[in-house]
Design a protein around this ligand. Structure first.
Ligand code: SF4
Length: 880
């Protein structure tokens, strides 16, 4: 793999921070990805995921040719098949019988063409996106309050604020570079940080106040804050009088419970609530950052508006260091919103149901069949596939068979759908298993276009690698199908620059300040060399919106919206006593298509887990690492439990990443019911009542191999890559009588007379260990034990594919002195483990995170691990 140029500026493909990166060759010719010091999102910083991007560029698992009905074929045949299927379905059943499900991973240009194709020419608004699962409630909340989906503030507001409130946001793990910027500013100005989150996350390790709120009760807290602000004279009466509608109605609708009642409802202490209210009131410079913990709820839109109400009442938005701030999960959730990539939007922040907006779009597109009404949102769309209303579905850059709620129902829908088309970069994922047509898309580094980050900054993702095989851009695939369907004139694009220019013109058409999105300032900019640009440059106060009003409502005033507390749709019951919260881990991304290619990103969290309060684990009769069956009416998963005191009893947490490619049964969204916010259509992922039961396994194992093992016959497994092959955690309902034979016949793909096995078996204790070698080289190591295997994995991983010289040490499970167990890896960049940090704190006089950096190197590269280092300092440092 070689770079197309010596140095190419691009943008990270992961989270909504949208960090600028530079791809270049190191002196050995290897590709190196570093932070772009000129990019206004990160100024050179990257997180652990960004830092490991160069390790994810290999072509293994890549889909390089179109496939139709399981056979590789040409683009001509694949595109013809799609066009025919669309035409047949539209002619026979109407335009509502087809749909597209797209993604915040797409570039703005891809999104633009997909939206134009469906809403302008197919004549159906059945195009929705996985952003529906991510930030649809924010879009709905923004529109209710501001009349437009506008993010008022900038990242620098987090640095200029006196108080930053993080609501439902594990910023340290999910938006790490923004978190680092906040912490750096705190060093300078002593910013106070409040975190409102049911769990004590890594972000809380750096907070001045953590409010461990009961899932789903945020509206109670924010309504109470609003009441407090009014009662105690913190309302900015001048701002409200000039720029706000609905103040009196909203205040009149407040329940006004006592602080003690608020404490009872939210599960917080009255003292903490008072402290939060005092911190929020003490300064005008308050930024409230919110994310999935707010959005992914049946009351998501109301939560957003309850937060915005407090900022509108105090006039705290649109000026430096203040405002409500939604941070998006995906790299181009914002770009998708800008081109109307959701079923209830038109393009350029215009509305389908607004006649003037339709006229503008019609004029620009010369559309043959412009939609007049909203289409089906994600959950409803898959329901329509399931009941046969949608017969042709085109899925792009997303994996709904793993990520949608009721994922098993989604799989059933895909199974019975007459035509499923999937554009993706990989050969296998949970969704591709149902594809009639697979199209090979270009991956990050190969594709070319723009993305918009959470602060409205448009950046270029540039091509720096030769697109391999027959891969093509997503926009090209749609444009070619549109042409085959008779729309040649409207889809004549030679490059993403053509699409970008068309998009810019649409944002300016009959705008005159009527709409927030106006990209006219980029009209003359050169697309190739385009530097990051924050839109909103026509507004005052440094690209911030609404400091002096100017909302996009009929009277240009914002709306305060009465928000009544509505509990999560399903409450825990005797049968489903635990409340499941789903979320991300620091070093993985979505369904792991890219991040699972970098072994070091699997050293921090290396498998699926169910985090439970220690008391709950004990109560159900499990111990750390044992497997639990977690179930709802919609599905069952098997997850090893991990005890913690960092969440309340009765709450459990599982990450969203592991799926059928990496574990036997860990796809968490198979459990989640499709309970929706009635306004945004966003599902609730943060408050799911579940049953957790112990599974009686006879033994647990850990297996390492140079080759990808066979996993077919195992009851429970979780597998991923290592630097020298693969590792598998597994559980069995029996103890294998002949261990090395069982190993060879069950897992191993290595055969041959030259393979030697060394083993140690103690069936009375349920312990067995085996090493298989060829010559001097270690090819496989396996451990099984009656309890979860506790040997140093980092040590064993280092032995695979290396020369073998320590049979006794391996069979005894005891590393040599020079190979001491590092413990769980905390710093993935420098491979520093928890045990090393603890001994540095106790033995070498380290007393701060800075000291740990000097002695161990931990936290000195990307910095994503610094909150965890801080926790360890507090827990194990001398001062502690
Ligand atoms: Fe990428 Fe990390 Fe920056 Fe997010 S914070 S854009 S994942 S480098």
């Amino acid at each position: 793999m070689t770079l197309l140029a010596t140095s190419v500026k691009t943008t990270c493909p992961y989270c909504g921070v949208g960090c600028g990166l530079v791809a270049q060759s190191d002196p050995q010719g290897n590709i190196e990805i570093t932070g772009d010091v000129d990019h206004p999102a990160n100024f050179g910083r990257v997180c652990s995921k960004g830092a490991a991007l160069a390790e994810t560029l290999s072509l293994d698992d890549r889909q390089l040719q179109p496939v139709v009905d399981g056979k590789s074929t040409s683009w001509e045949i694949a595109l013809r098949r799609i066009a025919d299927k669309f035409n047949e379905s539209i002619e026979t059943y109407g335009p509502e019988s087809v749909g597209m499900y797209v993604s915040g991973q797409l570039l703005t240009e891809d999104y633009y063409v997909a939206n134009k194709f469906m809403k302008g020419f197919v004549g159906s608004a059945n195009i929705d996106t996985n952003s529906r699962l991510c930030m649809a409630s924010t879009v709905a909340g923004h529109k209710r309050a501001f009349g437009s989906d506008t993010v008022p503030g900038r990242y620098e507001d987090l640095e200029l604020a006196d108080v930053v409130v993080l609501v439902g946001s594990n910023l340290a793990w999910c938006h790490p570079v923004l978190h680092q910027r906040l912490l750096a500013a705190r060093e300078e100005r002593g910013t106070e940080i409040v975190v409102i989150d049911p769990r004590h996350t890594s972000t809380c390790d750096e907070a001045d106040l953590h409010l461990p709120i009961k899932p789903g009760t945020d509206v109670v807290l924010w309504n109470a804050l609003l009441g407090y602000l009014v009662e105690n004279g913190f309302v900015d009466e001048c701002y409200v009088a000039s720029h706000v509608n609905g103040f009196d109605t909203t205040i009149a609708a407040l329940d006004q419970p006592s602080i003690d009642d608020v404490a009872k409802m939210t599960g917080l202490s009255a003292t903490d609530i008072r402290c939060f209210f005092a911190m929020f009131s003490a300064t005008n410079n308050v930024v409230t950052v919110f994310s999935q913990g707010v959005n992914q709820s049946t009351a998501g839109t109301d939560k957003v508006n309850a937060i915005i109400n407090c900022h509108l009442a105090t006039g705290r938005l649109g000026k430096p260091g203040m405002g409500p701030f939604s941070v998006t999960g995906q790299p181009n959730a914002m770009g998708g919103r800008e081109v109307g990539g959701m079923a209830n939007m038109l393009a350029a922040h215009m509305e389908i149901r607004n006649e003037t907006h339709r006229e503008i779009v019609q004029e620009h597109w010369d559309a043959s069949n412009l939609v007049t009404d909203d289409g089906l949102k994600a959950v409803d769309m898959f329901q329509a596939v399931r009941d046969g209303r949608i017969k042709v579905l085109w899925i792009m850059a997303t994996n709904p068979a793993a990520s949608m709620p009721e994922a098993l129902s989604v799989r059933e829908a895909l199974e019975i759908c007459p035509c499923v088309i999937v554009s993706d970069v990989v050969t296998e994922n949970d969704t591709l298993a149902y594809a009639d047509v697979q199209l090979p898309s270009q991956a990050w580094g190969e594709k070319d276009g723009t993305v918009t980050n959470s602060e409205r900054c448009v950046s270029r993702q540039r091509t720096f690698l030769d697109p391999p095989g027959e891969t093509r851009p997503d926009w090209w695939q749609i444009a070619e199908v549109a042409k085959l369907m008779g729309h040649e004139r409207s889809f004549q694009y030679d490059s993403p620059a053509d699409i970008w220019a068309e998009h810019i013109e649409l944002t300016t058409l009959r705008n005159d300040g009527q709409r927030d999105l106006d990209l006219s300032f980029l009209r003359d900019a050169d697309y190739e060399s385009l530097s990051p640009q924050v839109w909103g440059s026509t507004c005052e106060s440094g690209n911030r919106f609404f400091g002096n009003g100017g909302f996009y409502t009929a009277n240009q005033k914002a709306n305060m919206v009465p928000t009544l507390y509505c509990p999560p749709a399903d409450q825990p019951t005797q049968d489903r006593p635990f409340q499941l919260i789903t979320g991300r881990v620091r070093d993985q991304w979505h369904t792991m298509t890219r991040t699972a290619k970098a072994p070091r990103l699997l050293t921090h969290v290396g498998g699926p887990t169910l985090t439970m309060h220690s008391a709950d684990i004990k109560a159900i009769g499990l111990a750390d690492g044992q497997i639990a069956r977690v179930s709802t009416d919609h599905g069952t998963v098997h997850l090893p439990v991990e005890s913690s005191t960092r969440l309340r009893e009765g709450n459990v947490f599982a990450n969203i990443h592991w799926n059928d490619q990496y574990s036997s049964q860990a796809c968490i969204d198979t459990l989640v019911p499709a309970n929706l916010d009635p306004i945004s259509g966003q599902p609730e992922f943060k408050a799911v009542p579940v049953t957790v039961e112990p599974i009686k396994n006879r033994c647990f194992g850990y297996f390492l191999s140079t080759e990808k093992p066979n996993l077919d016959d195992l009851f429970y497994w979780s597998a991923n890559r290592t630097d020298a092959g693969w590792q598998v955690d597994f559980a069995l309902t029996f103890f294998p009588s002949d261990f090395s034979d069982w190993l060879a016949s069950t897992f191993s793909r290595l055969q041959g007379d030259d393979i030697e096995a060394f083993d140690y078996v103690d069936s009375s204790r349920g312990d067995a260990r085996c090493i298989r070698t060829r010559g001097d080289q270690v090819l496989e190591i396996a451990f099984i034990s009656s309890s979860p295997v506790s040997v140093s994995r980092d040590w064993l991983r280092g032995l695979i594919a290396e020369e073998f010289d320590d049979t006794f040490g391996v069979l005894a499970g005891i590393p040599a002195e020079s190979n001491k167990d590092k413990g769980k890896i905390v710093c993935a960049c420098e491979s520093v483990g928890e045990n090393e940090v603890i001994s540095a704190l106790s033995d070498t006089g380290c007393a701060t995170v800075h000291d740990l950096g000097k002695v161990l190197g931990a936290g000195t590269n990307c910095g994503s691990c610094r909150p965890e280092l801080r926790r360890l300092v507090e827990e194990f440092g001398v001062a502690a």
